[in-house]
Design a protein around this ligand. Structure first.
Ligand code: GDP
Ligand code: MG
Length: 245
């Protein structure tokens, strides 16, 4: 069985992490927040750190609470996205802080360690219910960390079933230590939030079109409402955004 899958919503362009010195001018509409959660010690901070710095951290730094603003340019060079990456602490004591982290998140990276079976068992037991409680509409990418370890405690099929059972949009194995699949993981995450943003923009455009047509239909279907309809049509004509048919 494939150790990972990527749903269509997580597919798309490749993104390059920009240096702060490149003085990026980000698209104001394209601002996203990605939060990583999972058991303490599964490798969350190391993953973020290795993605942002391009190498595995040499010293162990326990997480308290930190986040990082990244600027990413898509491969077509058209857009610069702002992505806030929020690290969290897995311990129960930090539940109140995690609650704040979930607010307005566009995507959750839900992590387990391939070297710790319990961390996978805790996905459906602890983490998926917590995420459902705070942000039930936010897409989840499941990530298996420490893919480099020789003694794996997690069978790919088990992890695959967990990913499907929680409705993850992708399931990827990574090694921050060996920089394996790290860029691929973040590309998939950014594609999810970007594709969702584009879909919402298309939906909003369709709604506004339906709205203007809807008013016209009221006016043509009912004599009593014809006057109201014509008033709305007049208003709409003066507003260059609306289409009158
Ligand atoms: P967190 O509590 O989830 O943030 O976990 P950390 O990032 O602090 O990592 C916990 C421990 O796992 C540290 O000793 C890391 O050096 C180690 N670790 C993190 N990522 C990897 C990895 O990809 N491979 C291996 N072998 N060890 C890792
Ligand atoms: Mg940490």
């Amino acid at each position: 069985m494939d150790p990972f899958f990527v749903e269509p919503i997580a597919r798309g362009g490749k993104y390059r992490l920009l240096e702060q010195s490149e003085l990026p001018t980000p698209d104001p509409d394209l601002q996203f927040k990605i939060v990583i959660v999972g058991d303490s010690g599964c490798g969350k901070t190391s993953l973020l750190s290795s993605y942002i710095r391009g190498s595995f951290p040499s010293e162990y730094e326990p997480t308290i609470f930190e986040n990082h603003r990244a600027f990413l340019q898509d491969s077509s060079q058209q857009h610069i996205l702002t992505v806030d990456l929020w690290d969290t602490a897995g311990q129960e004591d930090y539940e109140r802080l995690r609650r704040l982290s979930y607010q307005d998140s566009n995507l959750i990276i839900l992590a387990y360690s391939l070297a710790a079976k319990d961390s996978l068992l805790n996905i459906p037991e602890v983490w998926a219910p917590e995420i459902l409680g705070f942000c039930d509409k936010t897409p989840i990418v499941l990530v298996g960390l420490k893919a480099d370890v020789s003694k794996k405690e997690v069978h790919p099929e088990q992890a695959h079933n967990v990913a499907k059972s929680i409705g993850a949009v992708a399931h990827i194995e990574c090694s921050a230590k060996q920089m394996y699949n790290v860029d691929q993981l973040f590309n998939a995450c950014v594609n999810v939030v970007y594709n969702q943003h584009q879909a919402a923009a298309r939906e909003a455009a369709r709604d506004s079109k339906r709205f203007s047509k809807g008013h016209f239909r009221i006016a043509s279907n009912s004599n009593n409402l014809a006057a109201v309809g014509s008033e709305i049509s007049k208003e709409s004509r003066s507003d260059s955004c609306c289409t009158i048919m």
